[in-house]
Design a protein around this ligand. Structure first.
Ligand SMILES: NC(=[NH2+])NCCC[C@H](N)C(=O)O
Length: 405
């Protein structure tokens, strides 16, 4: 029988989570390509792996089943249809031209499942391509990638997100990440673990990233729109969750289109059924549009939407959640400290249960504020992991959480 998959909140006890242990793809980062590949530096890979192992161990010790994306991908690379799909996506790149496209398809097609999974994640460098030939290949710099690596795959939050019992494979906005969803599509479509799981979204639809999607309460979804998720993405997700009965309200929350606030979860995450840790600089200015629908349509993509607002996010959220007030734990009153800790993902916590959250140890002021508010903090090291600008929430995709009682 297929194991259950369902997530209806941010804080229900976490049972199963999808992670990706960073590997060879991180060794591809250099000072020349790190900006384009969305890292703020060049991480020490062995230490990043140690930190990630400690993160995974902290989850396992708390009874969470950890699924590894690399392993699931290797397993599905034995399925011919899955191989064909991911290889087609990997070579669908106008940089290559037809000759190199054919050579790359042949190269990847000849790899055993584990080598293929590795090549899809770590990419294929110019000098690793067996049988590389043709004009493009010869004119390529030796340091160029025929298939670029996916160093951000460790941020599994962004390439898929579960809403109830359905999974939204997302459409990533940055070119450096777009191919990640080809891998999550293959896993969710072909891995027996997810057999029968209905898919809610798709890799080639309007941009939508999981870091922008917060399940504030059962039936209430907040979607940040900014650098990554577009209003069109939020709108399509809203139609689909309404049509499939997965939510009654979607709050669309504009966030500044800049790197520090690339996703909604960089400025706020839930730590209790009615509490968030939030970057104080935005707590009062964040606004939300409340989207609902009265229809029960046949076709998800034509659902009539009712849009109200904007109004203060905290008010709109409390109303949609049916509570008096959404409590805010902020990152301290000193704006410089708050800004530093926001940058280092202090607001990006992963709740394992109500009032129990994983956070980076370096954000001492934020963590102290959380403890003071009654939230137990499981602190993990993230000096190297953090160079990709992502914290515990970004690095995890919950697959099963217990429902809130
Ligand atoms: N959910 C998140 N906040 N994810 C962080 C992703 C970080 C990654 N380097 C990017 O720029 O895409």
């Amino acid at each position: 029988m297929t194991a259950p998959c369902s997530v209806t909140s941010e804080v229900g006890r976490l049972r199963t989570v999808l992670l990706h242990r960073p590997g060879a793809e991180l060794r591809r980062l250099t000072p020349r390509n790190n900006d384009e590949l969305l890292f703020d530096g060049v991480p020490w890979v062995a230490r990043a792996q140690e930190e990630h192992d400690a993160f995974a161990a902290a989850l396992t010790e708390r009874g969470v089943e950890v699924l590894h994306l690399h392993r699931l991908l290797t397993e599905v690379m034995a399925v011919p249809a899955a191989r064909d799909e991911v290889i087609a996506e990997a070579v669908d790149d106008p940089r290559l031209g037809a000759t190199l496209q054919h050579a790359t398809t042949a190269h990847l097609g000849g790899l055993a499942p584990d080598d293929l999974a590795q090549a899809l994640i770590a990419g294929v460098a110019h000098d690793e391509l067996r049988g590389g030939r043709g004009l493009t290949y010869q004119l390529m710099d030796r340091g160029d990638f025929v298939v670029p690596p996916l160093p951000n795959l460790m941020f599994t939050r962004d390439s898929s997100v579960w809403v109830g019992g359905q999974v939204a494979v997302t459409s990533l906005a940055m070119p450096a990440r777009a191919r990640e969803s080809a891998l999550t599509t293959a896993v969710y479509t072909h891995h027996p673990r997810f057999a029968g799981a209905e898919q809610l979204y798709g890799a080639h639809l309007e941009h939508l990233e999981g870091g922008d999607v917060l399940l504030l309460a059962p039936g209430v979804v907040a979607v940040g729109v900014g650098e990554r998720t577009t209003p069109g993405g939020a709108e399509r997700l809203a139609r689909r969750v309404f049509a499939r009965g997965l939510a009654h309200t979607v709050l669309v929350v504009p966030i500044a289109q800049e790197r520090a606030t690339m996703h909604l979860d960089t400025i706020c995450t839930m730590v209790d059924v009615d509490a968030m840790v939030m970057y104080p600089a935005v707590a009062d200015s964040l606004r939300a549009w409340t989207v609902t629908s009265d229809e029960l349509p046949d076709d998800a993509d034509t659902v009539e939407l009712t849009v109200r607002g904007p109004r203060p996010f905290l008010d709109a959220a409390a109303e949609a959640m049916g509570i008096d007030r959404l409590r805010v734990i902020d990152t301290g009153l000193d704006p410089v400290t708050a800004e530093r800790e926001q940058w280092d993902d202090g607001n990006n916590t992963l709740a394992l249960a109500p009032r129990l959250a994983v956070a980076y140890e370096r954000n001492t002021v934020t963590n102290a504020a959380l403890e003071k508010a009654g939230i137990e903090v499981l602190a993990i090291a993230g000096s190297e992991l953090g160079s990709g600008r992502g914290g515990p929430r970004c690095m995890s995709c919950p697959v099963l959480r217990e429902p809130l009682v």
